[in-house]
Design a protein around this ligand. Structure first.
Ligand code: IMP
Ligand code: MG
Length: 180
């Protein structure tokens, strides 16, 4: 028995551990073939994507480097972009790398839209976005990931790195969060 089983705020399982594992493996294979022989930098957006990054980098069969960024969004009502602040930046010049951004979830799309603009302005050799989850129904800006492992309905979810008030990141699968 673990503590999640007694927690009535954890609703139904949306994506099981086994399903995550299988898709992460497929994505690792795809990225390994695509970036074979190329300088590859995976950039994870903290904190939500830390588990996804840790799992996907171990499915790669080619060399890669790892970078972390932490951003905060300050969007008010109608603003759709341009209000993201970098709290922690990656520690190197990305001009000589093929960059793959590893994200946990795309919701309104605003955060990643802005992050991608910032990273593109630094002129990497190429840039693509891989997201674990996508909630297209919630989109407010025109933004799509190059690769999304799972499309989910408009639900608030936790687990596998995603939090609610900093809790539940260590739940090993994705579950619906029940607001009380
Ligand atoms: P957006 O795409 O700019 O709206 O922001 C996406 C960010 O909001 C993600 O990186 C998460 O940190 C957070 N987020 C959005 N939906 C969820 C959810 O269902 N569970 C947990 N965090 C979420
Ligand atoms: Mg995030």
């Amino acid at each position: 028995m673990n503590f999640f089983e007694n927690d009535s705020r954890i609703g139904k399982t949306i994506i099981s551990e086994a399903d995550i594992k299988q898709k992460v493996r497929e994505t690792g294979k795809f990225l390994s073939e695509k970036y074979n022989g190329k300088p590859l930098l995976l950039i994870s957006i903290l904190k939500g994507a830390f588990i996804f990054l840790a799992d996907i980098c171990r499915e790669l069969t080619v060399p890669c480097e790892i970078g972390f960024m932490r951003v905060k969004s300050y969007y008010e009502g109608t603003s759709s972009s341009g209000d993201v602040k970098i709290l922690m930046d990656i520690d190197r010049n990305i001009e000589n790398y093929h960059v793959v951004v590893i994200e946990d979830i795309i919701d309104t799309g605003r955060t990643l839209h802005d992050v991608v603009e910032i990273l593109k302005s630094r002129k990497p050799l190429s840039l693509e976005v891989v997201t674990l989850l996508d909630k297209p129904e919630r989109r407010l800006v025109d933004f799509g990931a190059d690769r999304s492992l799972f499309t989910i309905p408009d639900l608030f979810v936790v687990g596998y790195g995603l939090d609610c008030g900093e809790n539940y990141r260590n739940l090993p699968y994705i579950a619906e969060y029940i607001q009380k």
